[in-house]
Design a binder for this molecule. Structure first.
Ligand SMILES: [Zn+2]
Length: 203
């Protein structure tokens, strides 16, 4: 279940998107003596917050998320960490040795309901909650050029709405129309798999 974390860097300042990796992030940040300003979450699922508390402890930055995400990362059933081994098996066909512990995270430090905009180091960031994959699923726009799409728009994967908390109806009425409006040529940075340019993917 390889999940992506992204680091946005400008003038030695950094925003981290998702808490799915730790060692690599810490190494990159400390080698270059960067300052981490924020960590933004795309959604509440365990594979995107594995290392959230460790990163908070080591880097001390505030965490931004929609309020539903903030609530749901505190709940092992909502963040799905109570069934992580099962989901791992469905995805990979591999049965893990031992049992992965369920876990929760502390609430986010900055929360918003459905959308949030901010200026950062000469860039514009806009977060928009698009329920469907999960109630708290949020896409993050960077300027007009990049979209951090969490578990939406993963290359060669159908959108997943069947996990607990997912909703086909929300996906069809809210998420899908918004995702379809993203212009071709936008750089899509999904939570799993490679980045790509919208319009270039195999439909
Ligand atoms: Zn997910």
């Amino acid at each position: 279940m390889d999940s992506n974390s992204y680091l946005l860097e400008e003038e030695g300042h950094v925003i981290i998107i998702d808490g799915s990796s730790c060692e690599q992030v810490l190494k990159t940040v400390s080698n270059r003596e960067w300052t981490v300003d924020l960590l933004i979450l795309t959604h509440e699922h365990f594979d995107h917050i594995w290392f959230l508390e460790e990163l908070r402890e080591k880097l001390g930055m505030p965490v931004v998320a929609c309020s539903l995400c903030s609530e749901r990362i505190q709940d092992i059933r909502a963040n799905l960490s109570n069934v992580s081994d099962l989901l791992y098996y469905f995805k990979t066909g591999i049965v893990r040795e031992g049992k992965s512990p369920s876990f929760t995270c502390r609430p986010a430090d900055i929360t918003f309901e459905d959308s949030y905009e901010m200026d950062w180091q000469g860039h514009h960031l806009r977060m928009e909650r698009l329920p469907g994959h999960s109630p708290a699923s949020t896409v993050i726009w960077l300027d007009g050029t990049h979209v951090f799409s969490g578990d939406y728009l993963i290359q060669e994967e159908k959108e997943i709405t069947r996990l607990k908390g997912g909703s086909d109806e929300d996906y069809e009425t809210i998420a899908r129309p918004a995702l379809e409006r993203i212009p071709d040529g936008t750089c899509i940075c999904p939570g799993h798999g490679p980045m790509y340019e919208k319009g270039q993917q195999n439909e």
